[in-house]
Design a protein around this ligand. Structure first.
Ligand code: HEC
Ligand code: HEC
Ligand code: HEC
Ligand code: HEC
Ligand code: HEC
Ligand code: HEC
Length: 287
């Protein structure tokens, strides 16, 4: 009788242990209700426990999710894929998950979730990217180093501060020695633009007038729609130089067609603020 109990006990303990270790190996078999692993509000946008908010307030560190949801975020041992909701081609690593929209990955929305152009993270992004009736569009890489992909250890760095690094059209050199209109009494202009995160002003960009005979205007990033792009801000109409004496908006086209036409109408905005001087029917990429 004693032995019988012993066997029953051993078997029972063994079964219990076995079940337990199975559970251990398979910790993530369906757990109901949700909240065992994650807080209740984890998938509710309005909750302080929302996973997006959690990620944002933990340096955007997605590496902590991969152990259960897989390094490809397609479920892993949790069998809960991030792609159910994040349906972009790269799932939660898509370029518009944390900033931007379906239109493009630039704000709005910004990292704070804001959409107004007065918000520093939003500012004048979209007007630069779409271009306007009078100027060509500006690519991200003119103002940022653009990551090729996102993911733990790649992007974001998690500092929460966007780096502004100017290149391309923003640093176009002018009054280059050896060119037809080179003026040796003036310096060669090699722009070294900067962005001041306190005043939110851009300084010394080619685009806003840091070129030969330009006005070198410093626009404020989040003052959109306040005429910081009207004729005469970046350069005079006309510039104050001998060749321009007596010229008016009506006559610019004599020498600057086809960019501008009769009546001072910008005819081809892609030729304006593109780093090239349109002069006498030619597009001078070095001037
Ligand atoms: C220890 C394992 C584990 C880790 C680590 C983990 N998860 Fe989960 N997650 C689960 C399991 C299991 C479920 C399904 C049960 C549940 O919802 O609680 C789940 C569910 C989810 C859901 C709901 C899925 C749906 O289809 O409803 C989201 C969203 C989620 N996790 C996001 C994350 C994020 C973001 C991270 C990293 C910050 C993370 N998880 C880290 C195990 C984990
Ligand atoms: C049940 C749907 C759902 C699932 C599953 C889900 N997410 Fe989300 N996630 C959302 C929603 C909704 C948002 C908010 C989108 C917005 O604000 O426009 C979001 C936001 C995010 C953000 C942006 C954070 C921010 O605000 O900057 C990240 C990163 C993210 N999720 C990662 C993950 C990861 C990783 C997983 C899988 C482990 C996951 N999500 C699974 C619905 C989901
Ligand atoms: C998980 C969230 C997340 C995803 C996904 C993401 N970003 Fe970002 N991004 C950020 C954060 C946060 C910043 C602010 C700077 C930082 O912390 O690195 C940022 C900044 C940027 C900047 C400003 C320059 C810089 O690096 O500071 C660019 C450009 C950018 N991201 C482009 C992209 C592109 C392109 C992709 C897709 C390949 C992408 N981002 C995917 C969160 C994300
Ligand atoms: C004309 C220059 C310019 C261009 C072009 C540009 N950005 Fe930015 N970007 C900025 C400035 C200025 C900020 C504000 C930085 C700050 O507030 O410190 C910024 C901030 C950001 C931020 C951080 C937002 C936040 O909430 O702080 C992201 C993300 C970003 N840019 C992504 C992009 C992407 C993606 C593109 C292209 C699709 C792009 N940017 C094109 C100038 C530019
Ligand atoms: C955002 C700054 C900016 C504003 C605002 C601006 N320009 Fe320009 N403009 C430039 C730059 C930069 C150049 C130098 C050549 C280039 O890159 O296109 C230029 C050159 C020109 C030229 C010489 C031909 C050419 O394109 O090379 C004409 C003519 C001209 N602008 C007319 C105008 C008129 C008319 C307006 C108002 C509708 C105007 N600009 C507003 C930046 C500006
Ligand atoms: C008679 C010909 C002529 C007319 C008309 C003319 N330009 Fe120019 N423009 C030039 C020449 C030549 C240059 C190159 C001069 C130089 O780089 O020194 C130039 C250059 C420019 C530049 C580049 C900055 C500079 O001075 O090099 C701008 C901006 C510009 N013109 C704007 C205008 C505008 C605006 C008008 C009309 C109000 C206009 N131009 C009318 C001949 C003309």
């Amino acid at each position: 009788m004693k032995n019988y109990f012993k066997i029953v006990l051993v078997v029972a303990v063994g079964l219990a242990f076995n079940a337990c270790s199975k559970l251990q190996n398979n910790v993530l078999a369906p757990i109901q209700p949700q909240g065992n692993i994650h807080p209740i509000g984890w998938t509710q946008l309005s909750s302080p426990d929302f996973h997006g908010t959690y990620i944002k307030t933990h340096n955007y560190d997605l590496s902590t999710c991969t152990s259960c949801h897989g390094t490809d975020f397609k479920g892993g041992i949790s069998q809960k894929s991030c792609y159910t909701c994040h349906q972009g081609i790269s799932g939660p690593l898509s370029c518009n998950t944390c900033h931007g929209s379906a239109l493009n990955p630039a704000p709005p929305k910004d990292l704070a979730g804001d959409s107004l152009t007065t918000s520093p993270g939003v500012g004048a992004h979209q007007i630069h990217l779409s271009g306007s009736s009078f100027a060509s569009s500006v690519v991200c890489s003119s103002c940022h180093v653009v990551p090729q992909s996102a993911g733990p250890g790649i992007h974001p760095a998690g500092t929460g501060n966007a780096l502004i690094v100017f290149s391309g059209v923003a640093v176009t050199q002018t009054n280059t020695p050896g060119t037809r209109f080179y003026d040796s009494t003036k310096p060669t202009i090699v722009p070294t633009p900067s962005f001041n995160p306190q005043t939110l002003q851009c300084s010394n960009t080619y685009c806003h007038g840091n070129f030969k005979n330009g006005n070198n205007f410093s626009p404020t990033w989040n003052n959109v729609g306040t005429d910081q792009d009207s004729c005469g801000t970046c350069h005079g109409i006309p510039p104050n130089t001998p060749v321009h004496q007596g010229q008016t908006l009506q006559t610019c086209y004599y020498c600057h067609e086809p960019m501008i036409g009769p009546g001072g109408v910008i005819q081809d905005s892609s030729m304006h603020v593109n780093g090239k001087l349109e002069l006498y029917g030619k597009s001078l990429s070095v001037w």
